[in-house]
Ligand binder design. Structure first.
Ligand code: GDD
Ligand code: MN
Length: 368
């Protein structure tokens, strides 16, 4: 397996030399083809020069230069390069400032070897830790970040969503369009993790101690914090979107159903015949909208023909439920307006529609 440790740097000349040397030592415990990719954004302190001298000593050290555009942009470029140019099977995310212990690299790697897709060096699982010397504010910032990611963005099962020390199989990354993440800064960590969750990656957290940097300073700025919170809201909104589309399609179906039913009654059609025809028309329009809008992006295992058959099966079932309700209500409440019976009949039929279409007709294929 080819493994690339991606280290973004901005003014890390005081750290990068020692870190690369330390990493080379730990590589001796790992039975993989280990590489280091430094993604430097033209650091004015000459970080790239240090890396270039390292390249004369080690042939597994790579350097990717770019313009400073944020941590997320640096990682996106680094991961793309690691996959496309270096042919990596797995990559690491790691800070240059010794906050992540090089000695922990083999432990993260071991989890990949055991079959994990996405390994997080976690500060918030038992055994992990944040620096003792962190003050109240820094602690709160970190805790708050994780609360936002877990409860707002909805990545509840992961304890350390913002961690920057991770090992990831490229089989997962290949399915992610970095430009679609829409983040430039530190929010990248949460955005990428969320994509891994969506792709049903096997995520494993192992405890690590996060060490405070001794040289240089943190690059996390107010812009990153704002983007971080907006990104969490965006993730939440997007996961609600399918449900909201369902509701909108359902509402349009009600209008179609009652509209056609009224038209048929006005045309003098018997209400017992007008009802199922109106139901059928609304179900077909619902299905079309769900197919081409609500579930458009779902990768289903069926070919369109099979999906069409399932459409029909669900359609008939829902028609039966809706019509059955209509008939029952007409018998038990003969003096109530037929429109009301028709309306109530829509409710159980629509719920059944949603359920069966989401979990059967448009069921997302499992990648594994
Ligand atoms: N190329 C590049 N471009 N590198 C950058 C940039 C950038 O715009 N911004 C930061 N880096 C590099 C730094 O040089 C360092 O190696 C690494 O990215 C992490 O940056 P720090 O500034 O040290 O981050 P931190 O200590 O505040 O944040 C750490 O903890 C966070 C969670 O609390 C990181 O591990 C984050 O990824 C993590 O989210
Ligand atoms: Mn740091």
């Amino acid at each position: 397996m080819k493994v690339v440790i991606i280290i973004p740097t901005y003014n890390e000349s005081g750290n990068i030399l020692q870190l690369v040397e330390k990493l080379q030592e730990t590589f001796q415990q790992i039975k993989h083809d280990m590489h280091i990719l430094v993604v430097d954004d033209k650091s004015p302190d000459g970080t790239a020069e240090v890396v270039k001298t390292l390249q004369t000593r080690f042939n597994n050290v790579h350097l990717l230069m770019g313009e400073k555009a944020g941590l997320g942009v640096a990682y996106s470029r680094g991961m793309t390069y690691a996959m496309q140019t270096l042919g990596a099977n797995a990559v690491f995310e790691m800070d240059a400032d010794f906050s992540h212990k090089p000695e922990d690299v083999p432990r993260l790697m071991a989890e990949i070897d055991k079959g994990a897709d996405f390994v997080i060096g976690s500060r918030y699982v038992p055994g992990g830790s944040i620096p003792m010397e962190w003050g109240f504010r820094r602690r709160m910032n970190s805790k708050f970040g994780n609360i936002v990611a877990r409860y707002l963005a909805g990545i509840y099962p992961v304890r350390d969503c913002t961690a920057g020390f991770r090992a990831i199989r490229t089989s997962i990354l290949q399915n992610i369009d970095f430009s679609e993440l829409g983040v430039k800064g530190y929010a990248f960590q949460v955005a990428l993790l969320h994509q891994a969750v969506v792709l049903k990656a096997k995520i494993v957290e192992i405890p690590v101690d996060f060490i405070d940097r001794t040289k240089g300073e943190s690059k996390l700025g107010i812009r990153d914090i704002i983007e971080f919170i907006l990104n969490a809201w965006w993730i939440r909104f997007n996961s609600l979107k399918t449900f909201l589309k369902f509701a909108v399609v359902g509402a349009s179906g009600v209008v179609v159903n009652l509209g056609f039913f009224t038209l048929f009654l006005m045309a003098g059609l018997n209400k017992y015949i007008a009802s199922p025809i109106a139901i059928e028309i609304s179900i077909i329009s619902n299905f079309l909208l769900n197919n081409f809008w609500t579930f458009r992006s779902r990768k289903t295992k069926d070919r369109i023909r099979i999906r069409g058959l399932k459409f029909n099966a669900v359609s008939f079932l829902a028609l039966g439920v809706s019509y059955g309700t209509f008939v029952a209500l007409s018998i038990f409440f003969p003096n109530v307006q037929p429109q009301l019976h028709q309306l109530v009949g829509i409710i159980p039929a629509t719920l059944l529609n949603y359920f069966l279409n989401s979990y059967w007709t448009f069921k997302e294929v499992d990648e594994d």
